[in-house]
Design a protein around this ligand. Structure first.
Ligand code: IPE
Ligand code: IPE
Ligand code: MG
Length: 253
């Protein structure tokens, strides 16, 4: 039976799907075997988010830095991504999922871009789960692009520097219409954000789980949400509700 989560469901969950290579190598298999299994987990987790009632799910599928991997691995990853979009398009649409792709589209192989355009167009008017796929994505690069756009507006006399605030910056990011993530999950045990959503994660709750992505199940997602629900979010303020009572010194490194 699946874990009951009540009503405090995070609106936006972001996931760094890490550990495919290690998962495969542990079994004496090639890294691409891990990526193949990882793709089946994407399907499961997307469906689970739909059942749970999550509004936005962002999946970090390929970083700008991942271009530095061997060509065979990069090719295999884009083939898997294309296969995923081709085989899931109609189910995603049927399940009312809206697909949004962010990242440097100009670097993505043409065949894959065609599928991205097709699935985005097909699902454009859906109002169920919004599935954000970060492909060839870099948090720093998107901030550089944002700075360029803002600077252009200023140079054209369309924007006064005094008026630049958080809202202006956000309006130039590809996530302009997406709320900031409430919860970030990174699988594989690594504890870093590897250039994901640098601006957007200012107040996100981070959860680093030791499971590799090809083993991460819908039930693990529910457990992660339970852990999120036990957190005390303060946004710089004071929240006296549900504070854990600690006696003496319990903290150890
Ligand atoms: C995540 O798994 C997939 C991508 C980064 C595309 P990895 O391929 O990074 O697997 P590990 O971290 O090497 O085990
Ligand atoms: C982050 O994983 C990127 C994705 C999951 C797409 P990496 O495996 O590329 O990150 P590092 O190199 O361990 O920081
Ligand atoms: Mg990795």
């Amino acid at each position: 039976m699946s874990i009951y989560l009540g009503s405090d469901i995070p609106k936006h969950i972001a996931i760094i799907m890490d550990g495919n290579g290690r998962w495969a190598q542990k079994q004496g298999m090639a890294r691409v075997f891990g990526h193949q299994h990882g793709a089946t987990r994407v399907k499961e987790v997307v469906e689970e988010c739909g059942h749970i009632g999550v509004d936005f799910l962002s999946l970090y599928a390929f970083s700008e830095e991942n271009w530095s991997r061997p060509k065979e691995e990069v090719d295999a990853l884009f083939l898997l991504l294309s296969n995923y979009l081709r085989s899931e398009a109609s189910d995603l649409h049927k399940n009312n999922v809206k697909v949004i792709v962010i990242g440097q589209r100009e670097r993505i192989p043409t065949e894959c871009v065609k599928l991205i355009d097709y699935v985005e167009e097909l699902t454009r008017n859906n109002d169920g789960l919004k599935l954000v796929l970060a492909i060839s994505y870099s948090g720093r690069s998107e901030l550089v692009e944002c700075c360029k756009s803002v600077a252009e507006r200023v140079a054209q006399g369309l924007l006064s520097p005094d008026l630049i605030d958080h809202n202006v910056i956000e309006s130039f990011l590809p996530t302009a219409d997406i709320p900031d993530p409430d919860l970030l999950i990174r699988t594989s045990g690594e504890q870093r954000i590897s250039n994901f959503f640098l601006w957007q994660m200012a107040y996100t709750e981070f959860l680093f789980v030791p499971i590799c992505w090809p083993d991460f199940s819908g039930n693990d997602l529910r457990q992660a949400i339970q852990k999120y629900q036990a957190r005390n979010r303060k946004f710089g303020g004071i929240n006296t509700e549900n504070l854990p009572v600690k006696e003496g010194r319990e903290d150890t490194l």
